[in-house]
Design a protein around this ligand. Structure first.
Ligand SMILES: [Zn+2]
Length: 176
């Protein structure tokens, strides 16, 4: 399971959506790994070459985007956008994914990441034995878990009564 704080998830979506041109975009989810789960703490945007129907991360951009990794941070997943609702892995996606080690995860957002409502709309791909396999939308829903980054149960604080006139004013008032 990959656990993603919602502030990180929405920051990533906002950055993807801020791009005014129709270009595929890419980011990495980095964080901590336990035996079975990945806990995302960081989203990394590499200096990638973005095109309408593909993206490419040159070697130097890849190493720049990985310099912060090392205990305790590891790369948990790659996220990239597709132009349409299709969230499968293209042959280029297979070859150029950030990693092809067992357990590597590649997430694809449809429609350049715009107006994503449901986790079931995205494609989640897992790598095993150098082969990428797409999870069913049911599996994807349990594989990605978005958790709140903050919770606020405080009551709304209404504006208080007007402040009392200063001592000096009260004094003046008494004599006028
Ligand atoms: Zn792709």
């Amino acid at each position: 399971m990959i656990i993603i704080p919602d502030a990180i998830w929405s920051l990533m979506l906002r950055e993807f959506q801020a791009c005014q041109r129709p270009l595929e975009q890419v980011a990495y989810l980095d964080g901590l790994e336990t035996d079975n789960d990945g806990i995302v703490t960081t989203v990394t945007f590499p200096n990638a070459v973005l095109r309408q129907g593909s993206f490419f991360v040159p070697a130097e951009a890849m190493s720049e985007a990985g310099r912060h990794l090392g205990k305790p941070l590891v790369r948990i997943a790659q996220v990239h956008t597709h132009p349409t609702a299709w969230v499968g892995h293209s042959p280029t996606d297979d070859e150029r994914a950030y990693s092809r080690h067992d357990g590597a995860v590649s997430i694809i957002l449809p429609n350049y990441g715009a107006a994503l409502n449901l986790l079931s709309e995205l494609g989640v791909h897992l790598c095993r034995g150098k082969t990428w396999r797409q999870l069913t939308s049911e599996q994807a829903k349990t594989f990605l878990k978005i958790v709140p980054s903050s919770l606020d149960f405080r009551p709304r604080i209404e504006p208080g009564p007007k402040t009392r006139p200063s001592f000096f004013r009260r004094l003046l008032r008494r004599f006028l």
